[in-house]
Every structure is written in C-alpha cells, then in structure tokens.
Design a protein around this ligand. Structure first.
Ligand code: FAS
Ligand code: PHB
Length: 402
C-alpha cells in the first residue's frame, strides 16, 4: 500500500491530524493497535481549551462539543475555609469547555469513517523503517493476521507515551527531560450531577482534590494519593468521605452517587526533542507528557497537529519544506509553556508533607486569589496560548526572533 502520510495512533493527535490533512487534500492512513471500542472508552482528559474547540470546529467535528459541551468561564481555587472564583472571561476574554476526551475521539472516528479514508484498528507488530529517507515505510500485521507494508512520503508518530515512534530518533540527536512527581491521582467517574458549576481545584493539608465533570449528570473527581497507591484499599465510601473532607466549605455540600469507574493516574512531566527526525514527525504524548493539573495533555496534542497539518500539506503538496523544518522548534515553544504551567499548578496544589512547602503554597494561592495580575496569568495559561505558526504566544511577538 502507498499513502502520503502514515499516521501511527488513533488518539486525539492522530485523528485530528488525519482530519486536517484530508481537508487539505492530503492522503493518510491511520494505524491503531487497539480496538475501536477500547479507544472510544478510554477515560482521560475532560477540559478543552478555546483553541482546541476552534481546531475541532475548523476540522468539521465541532458540532457536538458546541451542542453538548459545557462552556466554563472560570474555575474555583480553594484552600480550607476559602473558595475563590477566577473569572476567565473578565481576566483574559477566553473560556474552556468541559467535554470528555472519549467524546472527542468518538466524534473524530465517526468523521474519519464517514470519509471512507483508511483507519485500521487492531493492527500489531507496527515497525517504522527508513525514516531518514524519502521513502519511509511502516510494516505491520493487520487484524486478519496478514503482514502489510505501507509506503509513505512522511510518517506521523501519534502513538502516545508507549508507542514505538519516539525510539526512531537516534540518541545522538535526542534529548529528553523527565520529572516524576511523588504523588498520583485517584480518579472516579460518578453517576451524580456535579456539585459545582465550574471546576474546583482544592488545596488541603491532607492532599489535593479536584471536582470536575463530564455532563449535567456525570461528575469526574480526583484525589491526591501516593504514587504506589493500591486502589483496592479505596472503597467507594472512603473515596467520597475524603473528597467531602478535602472539598469541604461552609454552606456547600458534595453530592455523592454510584461510582462508575476508578483508577490511579501517575504524575510526570516528560519532553522529548526534537519532534522531527528526517521524515518522521512526532505529535502529542509521543513527544511530551504533562501532569493533568493544568488540563493540558489533550490540548497540546491538538495544537501540535494543528501546526503539523499545515507543515505536511506544504511539504507533500507544494514541495515547500519551510514549515516542516520549523515544526519542532515552533511546537516546542507551546509544549514548554504548557509544561511549565502544568508543573506550576501541580507544585502549588499538591501537598508534600513539608510545612515550609505548605506555607509557600498557601501564599501563592492567596496571591492568585487577590492579585488581578496573578489571576490573569493563571487564566491565560489555563485557557491556552493561541496557536500560531511561530509559537509566539499571546503578544504575537517572539522574543527569540525579534
Ligand atoms: P494517546 O495516548 O491518546 O493516543 C495514542 C494512540 O496510539 C493510542 O490509541 C494507542 O493505542 C496507539 N498506539 C500506541 N502504540 C501503538 C502501536 N505500536 N501501533 C499502533 N497504535 C499504537 N490529560 C488531561 O488533560 N486531563 C486528564 O485528566 C488526563 N487523564 C489522563 C489519564 C490517563 C490514564 C492517561 C494515560 C492520560 C491522561 N491525560 C489527561 C493525557 C491524555 O489526555 C493525553 O494527553 C492524550 O491522550 C494525548 O493524545 P495522543 O497524543 O493522541 O495520545
Ligand atoms: C478532567 O475532567 O478529567 C480534568 C479536568 C481538569 C484537569 C484534569 C482533569 O486539570
């Protein structure tokens, strides 16, 4: 088989890339090793930045998020006895949408299948070859057990944090940064209406808690736990009791209900550079991981491929490689901004057991809650840096290239 762009992975990165490329007349084949059912049921992110909603809309898959997504114009920051609302609209004029990654992926898969363009689930033995040449190849076994070879002009490695693509970047040019945090999140999906209009990020001496949501009838909540936490030691009652304890506020009550799913999510920061090697381009979790505190993971994957789609369309259609040459540097500007913000939110909100840390965290929270400048900085990072070719950010000017 031949195509212009071979895409490994049918997560948000791979599926949005395929959709954007098709709109520009670029052929692609998407290869996914899991089943459609598995990929659509994987519970992950829940907050879409304004830019992500804009990209999904431009890609023709934004109808349901506009219809069913919950637009949020702020968040609540909390510490014992105090809950402060940050009004993003007033602070930076941008919003976010509560809309589960599962729904984003369903919308994208439906859109891809409607085009009739290739999307192969349950492949195996995926291997990349000759990525430094003009004829890179992907070999794999299809769901019927037949060995296949896909000849490409370029390969997009959208295969997440455990996929094979990243390893094709030689150690001689590859640089990785990693930080593992001394805590994890225990996350639940509950069949109960949210007890809040917008998300509550709560610092508490016994550990961080987050009240998020998926719809007017389904809540998503998280508790800070030890990184090696045994989830079997957490009964539903114990989970609800700790959530009520850490989110407690006079005059407010946490509604409880049946827990539909519970899991422990490790916390780490990871950045892999470069995001291009020869005719292999990395996007999304294949290139970077952020702790979920800043709600950046899914949004970064989408912003990567918004840049990559333009670059690959120029490369394979116009034979113009300028954007492709600049892709890694431009994407990494936004990656490092989101990596810093995710680290900053994580460091501000998660207890370490050290009282000096606790005093610094409480001071930071009080500063953000009372200073417009500090609140505006959180607001513009949380709602996301505008996506631009040169990664220039909010001001439109890039200090490195003035
Ligand atoms: P993905 O991992 O989504 O997709 C990669 C795809 O490649 C997968 O479908 C995988 O099956 C496939 N693949 C892997 N190896 C392959 C191979 N060899 N051959 C073919 N296919 C292969 N972010 C948030 O903002 N908030 C959250 O609450 C949050 N929770 C998360 C919980 C968990 C358990 C995890 C792992 C991540 C979470 N994230 C969260 C981050 C998450 O949303 C990612 O940022 C997002 O899925 C990134 O999208 P992709 O880059 O497409 O990677
Ligand atoms: C979620 O709803 O899953 C969610 C929301 C905000 C975060 C992390 C996760 O920062």
């Amino acid at each position: 088989m031949k195509t212009q762009v071979g895409i490994i992975g049918a997560g948000p990165a791979g599926l949005v890339l395929a959709q954007l490329l098709a709109q520009q007349g670029v052929e692609s084949v998407v290869l996914e090793d899991r089943s459609r059912t598995y990929v659509e049921a994987r519970i992950r992110a829940g907050i879409l930045e304004q830019s992500t909603v804009d990209v999904l809309t431009e890609a023709g898959v934004g109808d349901r998020v506009h219809r069913e997504g919950l637009r949020h114009d702020g968040i609540h920051l909390q510490w014992p006895g105090h809950r402060e609302h940050l009004d993003f609209s007033a602070l930076c004029g941008r919003s976010v949408w509560a809309y589960g990654q599962t729904e984003v992926v369903k919308d994208l898969i439906n859109a891809r299948l409607a085009t009739g363009h290739p999307l192969h689930f349950e492949v195996s033995d995926v291997a990349l070859h000759d990525v430094e040449t003009n004829r890179p190849r992907i070999t794999y076994t299809d769901r019927d057990g037949v060995a296949q070879t896909l000849e490409c002009l370029v390969i997009a490695g959208c295969d997440g944090s455990h996929g094979p693509s990243r390893d094709l970047i030689p150690s001689t040019v590859r640089h990785t940064w990693e930080r593992t945090y001394p805590f994890a999140w225990l996350g639940i999906l509950a069949d109960v209406p949210p007890s809040t209009d917008e998300l509550i990020y709560a610092w508490h001496p016994d550990g961080f808690a987050l009240h998020s949501m998926r719809s007017p009838t389904v809540s998503r909540l998280y508790l800070q736990v030890r990184p090696d936490e045994d989830i079997t030691s957490w009964s539903d009652d114990r989970i609800w009791s700790q959530l009520a304890h850490r989110l407690d506020l006079d005059g407010w009550q946490l509604h409880t209900g049946p827990i539909l799913e519970k899991s422990v999510l490790p916390m780490r920061s990871f950045v892999n550079t470069p995001m291009r090697h020869g005719n292999l381009f990395l996007a999304g979790d294949a290139a970077h991981i952020v702790p979920p505190t800043g709600a950046k993971g899914l949004n970064l994957a989408v912003s990567d491929v918004a840049l990559l789609a333009r670059a690959l369309a120029d490369l394979v259609v116009k034979k113009d490689g300028a954007r492709a040459d600049a892709y890694s540097e431009n994407a990494l500007r936004r990656v490092w901004r989101a990596t810093h913000f995710s680290w900053w939110m994580t460091s501000m909100l998660h207890t370490t057991g050290d009282d000096f840390d606790a005093q610094l965290q409480l001071s930071q929270l009080r500063y953000v809650a009372t200073s417009r400048a500090a609140a505006a900085s959180l607001a513009e990072n949380y709602t996301g840096m505008p996506i631009s070719d040169d990664g220039a950010g909010w001001s439109g000017s890039d200090p490195d290239h003035t």
